[in-house]
Ligand binder design. Structure first.
Ligand SMILES: Cc1ncc(COP(=O)(O)O)c(C=O)c1O
Length: 497
C-alpha cells in the first residue's frame, strides 16, 4: 500500500460518479515520491495516540513516543523565552503601548520591547507581505550572523529568507533540474526531502554512500565513482548535496572533508548544496560551514575556486531553537550567475514572501541577547539547558543500544538522531518478506505495536544493500521509552532466532 492510501485508508467516496481526478491520472511524480518520516508508521502512531486519548486500555503501552521526526516541541522542549516574548509583541503591537505592565506583570525585559519595536519598524506589520527575499533589515542581521560565524562577509542581497529550509531546498532543486536527465548527488543515507523533491521534479537522484564504518564519513571517492557511473548512464550531474551535520547519521564533516567536496565541485562544475540546519547540534569537534571553507580556499589559492557555486541552508527548526512549527529559515547563494539569481528571485516571488512572523523569529535566532543584555542570563540558561539535555539523552540512548544484541551504533556526534544497524535473524527477514516489507520496516512496525515508540526504518533514508537500520530521535524525555525499546528488542530476537 502506498503512504497516501494508508494515510487516508478510512475515507471512501460518497458517490460512485467519476471524478476529474483519480489516482491514475494525477501527476505521476507525486505518486512516485516517498517520504518515510511521515509515512505508514507515523500514521499508525497517530492512530495509537488517538486511541489512548479516547481511553483505549487495550494497548500494551500508555503513551506514544514520536521518535520519527526532529520535532523538539512535540516532545519535551520548551520554547526559549526571549524568542516567544518578542514574537508575542510583534503579533500584538498593542501590548507595546503599556511597557510598564509588560515589565512588571509579565517579566518582559527592556531588550524584548526594543527588539519588537525594531522588528516592527522593519516589517511594518507581520500581517503584511514583505520583500520576497525577506525583509531587508532582517537579512542584514542574518548577514552579520554569517560574518561573525565565518569571519567572512555576507551580502544581504545574496540571502533569501524561507519557510523552513525545506522550501529553500525545493526552490534550488527546481532551478537546478532542467530536464529528466539532470542528476543531483545525494548522500545515502539521507533526509528524504532530497529524493522526494527529485522524484517530484522527475530528475535523477545520484546516490553516494556514506561510510558507516568510518563514523558515517563522506568519502570523496564514493562521490567521484557515482559521478562516473551516472555520466556513463547519460545523466547530467549538476549538483552535490551535503548534509552537515548529517541526518540521519549525525556525522560532522571536518574542514578537510569539506575541501575535498569543494574540490570535486570545482573540477566537475557542480553546485554545492550544503544543508547546515544542524549546525549548532554538534557534540564533537566544531562546525565548519561550507561558506567559510570556500572563502578560505578562495583566499589561499586565488582563481581556482572563483566559479564554485554554493548554496547553504539554515533553519529555525533545529538547534536549541526547535521552532519547526514556525517555518523559518534562509539560504545564502555564493558564486551564482546574477542572471540565475534573478530567476531565483522571480521563482520565490511567485510565492510572494516567507512567513513574516518566522522572519522575526529568525532575526532573534541570529541576533540573540548578548552578555550584559537584560534577557541574556535567562536566554543562556535555557539555551545551555536544552543543549546539555540533548547531549545527555543522545548518550543514554547510545548506551541502551550498546546493550542490545546485534545492534551496532556509531557514537553520537551531532544532529538529533541515532541510526543504528540492526543485524536481524534470518527468520525475521523471511517473515518480513512474507509480508512484502523490507525487514527494517517490519521491525519498526513490530516495535511500534509493542512499545508505542515510532522510529523510521533505514529503508526510508537509503542504506547499503543487505544492511538494516532504524532512526530514532533522542528528543523524548525520560528513559522509560528507551527501556521499552530494549525489552522489545530482546523479545523480538528471541521470537525470530
Ligand atoms: C537535513 C534536514 N534538512 C532540512 C530539514 C527541513 O527543515 P525545515 O523545518 O527547516 O524545513 C530537515 C528536517 O528535519 C532536515 O533534517
Amino acid at each position: 500500500m502506498t503512504q497516501t492510501t494508508v494515510a487516508y485508508a478510512k475515507r471512501t467516496l460518497t458517490t460512485t460518479q467519476p471524478r476529474c481526478l483519480n489516482i491514475d491520472n494525477i501527476n505521476p511524480h507525486i505518486r512516485a515520491a516517498k517520504y518515510a518520516v511521515r509515512g505508514e508508521l507515523a500514521v499508525k502512531a497517530e492512530e495509537y495516540r488517538q486511541r489512548l486519548a479516547d481511553g483505549d486500555k487495550s494497548l500494551p503501552f500508555d503513551s506514544v513516543i514520536f521518535a520519527n521526526i526532529g520535532n523538539p516541541q512535540q516532545l519535551d522542549q520548551k520554547p526559549i523565552t526571549f524568542f516567544r516574548q518578542v514574537l508575542s509583541l510583534v503579533e500584538n503591537p498593542l501590548l507595546l503601548e503599556n511597557p510598564e505592565a509588560l515589565k512588571n506583570s509579565f517579566g518582559y525585559k527592556q531588550d524584548v520591547i526594543d527588539r519588537a519595536q525594531t522588528l516592527l519598524a522593519n516589517v511594518q506589520s507581520v500581517g503584511a507581505y514583505s520583500h520576497s527575499q525577506g525583509a531587508p533589515g532582517i537579512r542584514k542581521s542574518v548577514a552579520k550572523f554569517i560574518e561573525e560565524r565565518d569571519g567572512f562577509a555576507a551580502d544581504p542581497q545574496d540571502l533569501f529568507l524561507t519557510a523552513g529550509a525545506s522550501s529553500g531546498v525545493s526552490t534550488l532543486l527546481n532551478v537546478i533540474c532542467n530536464d529528466s536527465n539532470a542528476g543531483v548527488l545525494v548522500p545515502i543515507p539521507q533526509y528524504p526531502l532530497y529524493t522526494a523533491t527529485l522524484a517530484l521534479l522527475n530528475a535523477q537522484c545520484v546516490p553516494y554512500l556514506l561510510e558507516e564504518e568510518k563514523s558515517w564519513g563522506t568519502n570523496v571517492n564514493a562521490i567521484t565513482q557515482s559521478i562516473k557511473e551516472a555520466k556513463a548512464a547519460g545523466t547530467n550531474v549538476r549538483a552535490v548535496v551535503v548534509i552537515n551535520p548529517g541526518n540521519p547519521t549525525g556525522a560532522s564533516l571536518t574542514a578537510d572533508d569539506i575541501k575535498k567536496v569543494i574540490d570535486v565541485a570545482a573540477e566537475e562544475k557542480l553546485v554545492v548544496m550544503a544543508d547546515e540546519v544542524y549546525q549548532t547540534n554538534v557534540f564533537e569537534g566544531e562546525f565548519v560551514s561550507f561558506k567559510k571553507r570556500l572563502r578560505q580556499l578562495q583566499k589561499e589559492q586565488p582563481g581556482k575556486y572563483d566559479a564554485v557555486e554554493l548554496v547553504s541552508f539554515h533553519s529555525t527548526s533545529k538547534g536549541m531553537v526547535g521552532e519547526c512549527g514556525h517555518r523559518g529559515g534562509f539560504f545564502e547563494l555564493v558564486g551564482f550567475d546574477p542572471q540565475v539569481q534573478e530567476q531565483i528571485y522571480k521563482l520565490v516571488s511567485i510565492g510572494l514572501c516567507p512567513p513574516v512572523v518566522a522572519q522575526c523569529l529568525l532575526e532573534t535566532m541570529v541576533n540573540p541577547p548578548r552578555a550584559g543584555d537584560p534577557s541574556f542570563e535567562l536566554y543562556e540558561k535555557e539555551y545551555n539547558g536544552i543543549r546539555d539535555g540533548l547531549q545527555k539523552r543522545a548518550f543514554a540512548l547510545y548506551d541502551a543500544f550498546q546493550r542490545m544484541e546485534g545492534v551496532e551504533c556509531q557514537k553520537p556526534q551531532g544532529a538529533m538522531y541515532l541510526f543504528p544497524t540492526i543485524n536481524l535473524p534470518n527468520k525475521a527477514i523471511e517473515a518480513a518478506q512474507a509480508e512484502g516489507r523490507p525487514a527494517d520496516e517490519f521491525y519498526c512496525l513490530k516495535m511500534l505495536d509493542a512499545t508505542g515508540v515510532c522510529a523510521v526504518p533505514g529503508s526510508g533514508f537509503g542504506q547499503k544493500e543487505g544492511t538494516f537500520h532504524f532512526r530514532t530521535t533522542f528528543l523524548a524525555p525520560g528513559t522509560d521509552w528507551v527501556e521499552r525499546i530494549v525489552k522489545f528488542h530482546s523479545e523480538f530476537m528471541n521470537q525470530y532466532r
